[in-house]
Design a protein around this ligand. Structure first.
Ligand code: UD1
Ligand code: MG
Length: 451
């Protein structure tokens, strides 16, 4: 069955108290909308339509940055969820597969749940995703008649008896796309909010002798974000799940609660992640690598046997091959570091390539930026860079070369050569003692003058 996703993302999210559209607030480094898109991707949709309104341009570019094949439908005035879905009609013209409606602010619907909905669709015309609410609050209530869903009643329009129902509407609905739009055409706005409710299609389906049902999922999956408190709860829920998943996959987390994952972090089994490690987006860590305490990684790849940190920072484009070592207070950006190379202390390696077996001494800096442009540093195999070397890019250091400590290297160093670029040492016998005397005399004089 071909599927189209319709993701509702036009609302303003007033309670976020934000200039940013609600669905662009992030959990685990990705916008809520992207989480919803990733959830829907479990059904391998043929089409995805994002219904945008508030901040539509920003919403569209965030959606298209994640998947450039999505269509954007504009809902310039928010007249309710049925009206929102109706805006997707043109984008889905001629599409006769299934449509699945998701909310852009509801990030955690699981693939298993969507698979169960698809299964239920085989025997029902309309399938709604419900959940048993611990606190039903203002959710729409699902009125079941046995296994059949009779109607959905919005809280504002519910009788006391209906309000007592705890089986609630998550908002996720599946039906054949042409049927969905047909039903929506019949939805009116004669209700307590004066809105076009998508939920009304269930009563309309019943009136047309179509069959509707609801399946239940865990309430945690339906967690929607309306406020910053909800956003922090969503982040906490994501992190808790990511930690458990990593442990289940065979990753050692020494102190799980202190590790922060991104939505796309990938870690191989037998990797060890120590305390207080932060993963930004785009990180892969291979089996058996070790990320030591207080390291911060984003957009990088760490191969087997590498040891990173403690206190290391890997920025986008850091590619660390097997058995490399990145030590404390080392920053690596856009640099490929080949097998067994070591950068152990207090260094900046940016826009560079380090050959296998090369050792970078403490305090080394690739001076990659001239104030206007970035330049590349190329370092060969088995090179020894002396401590506190400044490598002024663009510059190339050949295989098996060495630089003297404290050198400022501005010209290429050929293979096997030693480059020393610093002032010669002068030694003046007795001069230090003399200097101390002069300085002490000056200090005493100053104190006397000050009284
Ligand atoms: C909706 C459901 C309710 C359900 C609840 C679950 C309806 C009528 N009610 O209520 O049964 O229990 O969600 O959270 O569907 N949106 C638009 N355009 C609009 C209106 C809404 O894009 O014109 C988007 C919102 O941005 C949001 C989603 O649709 O992502 C739901 O809208 P919201 O106003 O939060 O609906 P609820 O009143 O919470
Ligand atoms: Mg809501």
């Amino acid at each position: 069955m071909s599927t189209a996703l319709i993701i509702l993302a036009a609302g303003q999210g007033t309670r976020m108290k934000s200039d940013r559209p609600k669905v662009l607030h992030e959990v685990a480094g990705a916008p809520l909308l992207v989480h919803a898109m990733k959830a829907g991707a479990a059904l391998s949709p043929d089409r995805t339509v994002i219904v945008a309104g508030h901040g539509a341009d920003e919403v569209a570019s965030a959606a298209q940055a994640h998947d450039d094949s999505v269509a954007i439908a504009l809902q310039s005035e928010q007249k309710g969820t049925a009206h929102a879905v109706a805006q997707a009609r043109d984008a889905l013209a001629g599409f006769d597969g299934d449509a699945l409606v998701l909310y852009g602010d509801t990030p955690f619907i699981s693939p298993e749940t969507l698979a169960r909905m698809a299964e239920a669709r085989k025997s029902h015309d309309v399938v709604v995703l419900g959940f048993e609410a611990a606190d039903p609050g203002r959710y729409g209530r699902l009125v079941m008649e046995g296994g059949r869903l009779d109607r959905i009643v919005e809280f504002k329009d519910a009788t006391e008896a209906e309000k007592a129902i705890t089986f609630c509407n998550s908002g996720v609905i599946a039906a054949a796309a042409p049927r969905l739009f047909d039903l929506i055409d019949a939805v009116g706005n004669d209700n307590a909010s004066g809105e076009y409710y998508l939920t009304d299609i269930i009563g309309l389906a019943r009136d047309r002798s179509l069959s509707a049902t609801a399946i239940a999922c865990d309430e945690a999956e339906t967690l929607g974000v309306n406020s910053r408190v909800d956003l922090s709860a969503a982040e906490a829920a994501f992190q808790a799940r990511a930690r458990t998943a990593a442990l289940d996959d065979g990753v050692t987390l020494v102190a799980p609660d202190t590790v922060h994952f991104a939505h796309d972090t990938v870690i191989g089994r037998d990797a060890v992640i120590e305390q207080n490690v932060v993963f930004g987006p785009g990180v892969t860590v291979e089996s058996g690598a070790q990320i030591r305490a207080f390291s911060h990684l984003e957009g990088c790849h760490v191969a087997r046997g590498a040891v990173i940190g403690p206190y290391a920072r890997l920025r986008p484009g850091a590619e660390l091959a097997e058995d490399t070592r990145i030590g404390n207070f080392v920053e690596v950006k856009n640099a490929v570091i080949d097998e067994g190379a070591k950068v152990n202390h207090l260094s900046y390696i940016g826009d560079a390539h380090l050959g296998a077996g090369t050792n970078i001494g403490a305090g080394t800096i690739t001076c990659n930026y001239d104030g206007v442009m970035k330049h590349h540093t190329e370092i060969g195999r088995n090179v020894f860079i002396g401590s506190n070397t400044m490598l002024v890019a663009p510059v190339t250091i050949g295989d098996d070369a060495m630089t003297g400590s404290g050198s400022v290297i501005t010209r290429d160093v050929p293979e096997g050569a030693l480059a020393v670029a610093r002032a010669d040492q002068a030694v003046k016998p007795g001069m230090a003692r003399k200097l101390f005397e002069i300085l002490k005399f000056k200090k005493a004089k100053r104190q006397k003058e000050a009284g």
